[in-house]
Design a protein around this ligand. Structure first.
Ligand code: SUG
Length: 444
């Protein structure tokens, strides 16, 4: 069966701000409390979606989430009217108010793990919403993520959307950011590679010392079970704990795969040779040869990979049999990376094109092109069965640009989160968005 990959980008929400909430994410920590520009952030994201859609790549979006998260605020004792809740939270715990306001659902690579129907035992496309339980500001996202996914992928004949795993450290799950599917083509059975940072129930296993490992092996195994993946086509690989300690908080900051290609940094995995060997053997079972594109430390040090987000790129298959690498503009500003990329494209690898985007607003919170999208490989029947209102078209692009221009602020500082007017603005924007996308009741 043939299938086409759609990228579901997160539409940046109107409360996008820099609150420094993600310990272990260097960019989030370095830009803490600077002013953000939600309008620009949303327009930058939309420009990427439009450009890729107009090139013929499958492109859709996932909506932002309702903010502030009053459920969170009320559950921890901030009571009264909405305005009273906001005032008390702003006074007593501005950081928790920032958590309730975070626009972090924009990074949809963390919304869920996705297994296409070609891989699952029941022939359905499976999603498991990620519990993101390592960070308070992200730990509630799964409720609305699974709701949005169920609204878009409603038809139970084709789709299964699983609730998030139990929200406890043993099952820390960050979704597709630690999951890569390698295959011959999107429609045939592939190898699903889960990359974990630590093992909860093995005290002897190595783990990072400075920064948290957000994904556990136990969580990856649970997702594979829920999705009905076959053992021969499922590979678990440990992320190198040393790179987590250098700011690689998700595997998609140090590796990206597409079809049979794995573009990765020499230091990405705890055991590089073992990882490649496992992948090669599993891929032989699906008739695919691994094309391992390794970037050496001598060419690009880990710090440069983190600063540029070279690996937080999208690798997209093109009609000419080659691939385009979608990178953030920062890749051209870090000398080692710019020079590496020149050589890569000129050197006859499968990657024959670079497409860059200015995603600075998202990048300043540690979110590059790959963080902003969730990959979903869909057969024609599945693509027809999903909700069509989220598929990016020229018309939807223009409607959303006008919507952003109407509702979004162009400057947001942490202190602005105390402004009760902001909550009203966000609410009104999202009400209108649910009508635009044809998803009534999304925010009820
Ligand atoms: O979880 N940043 C996100 C970035 C997520 C990137 N996603 C992937 N690599 N797939 C995070 O650390 C920062 C929010 C703040 O500090 O205000 C934040 O949540």
């Amino acid at each position: 069966m043939s299938a086409r990959e759609f990228n579901f980008d997160g539409l940046v929400g109107p409360s996008h701000n820099y609150a420094g909430l993600s310990f272990g994410n260097v960019a989030s920590f370095s830009n803490v409390k600077s002013a953000s520009n939600p309008k620009l952030a949303a327009l930058q994201g939309l420009a990427k979606m439009r450009a890729l859609a107009s090139r013929g790549f499958g492109q859709a979006l996932l909506p932002p989430q309702d903010r502030p998260n009053f459920r969170l605020l009320r559950s921890i004792g901030f009571t009264g009217t909405d305005a009273e809740v906001l005032a008390r939270a702003a006074k007593e715990s501005p950081v928790i108010l920032a958590c309730a306001y975070s626009a972090s659902p924009m990074w949809t690579a963390n919304a869920a793990t996705v297994s296409p129907s070609a891989d699952s035992a029941d022939g359905r496309l499976h999603f498991t919403a990620a519990n993101l339980n390592n960070k308070l500001h992200r730990a509630f996202e799964h409720e609305q993520s699974s709701r949005a996914l169920r609204a878009i992928f409603k038809d139970a004949k084709h789709f299964a959307v699983h609730d998030a795993l139990p929200g406890t450290p043993a099952f820390g799950d960050e979704g597709a950011a630690n999951h890569t599917r390698l295959c011959k083509d999107h429609g045939s059975a592939g190898v699903e590679m889960f990359v974990y940072g630590r093992i909860e129930f093995d005290a002897s296993a190595s783990a990072p010392k400075k920064y948290p490992a957000r994904q556990t092996l136990e969580a990856s195994q649970a997702v594979a079970r829920l999705h009905g993946l076959s053992a021969e086509r499922t590979v678990y690989i440990q992320q190198n704990p040393d790179v987590i300690d250098q700011g690689v908080f998700h595997n998609d900051v140090i590796a990206v795969g597409n079809a049979n290609a794995l573009f990765y940094h020499e230091q990405a995995f705890a055991d590089e040779a073992g990882a490649l060997d496992q992948l090669r053997r599993a891929m032989a079972g699906v008739g695919a040869d691994l094309n391992a594109i390794r970037v050496d430390t001598a060419r690009v040090p880990v710090a440069d990979a983190v600063a540029s987000y070279l690996f937080n790129s999208q690798l997209l298959s093109k009609d000419n049999g080659k691939m385009a690498l979608v990178i953030p503009q920062e890749c051209q500003e870090v000398a080692s990376v710019a020079s590496y990329l020149d050589g890569l494209v000129a050197g006859g690898s499968v990657i024959d094109e670079l497409i860059h985007f200015d995603l600075r607003q998202s990048m300043r919170n540690g979110g590059g092109p790959a963080c902003l999208r969730l990959r979903v490989a869909l057969t024609d029947a599945e693509a027809a069965a999903m909700h069509q209102g989220v598929v990016m078209t020229e018309a939807l692009y223009h409607t959303l640009v006008a919507w952003v221009e109407k509702h979004y602020r162009d400057r947001l500082e942490p202190a602005d989160l105390a402004d009760p007017q902001l909550a009203i603005e966000v609410h009104n924007a999202l009400e209108e968005l649910s009508r635009i996308l044809g998803l009534p009741g999304l925010y009820d």
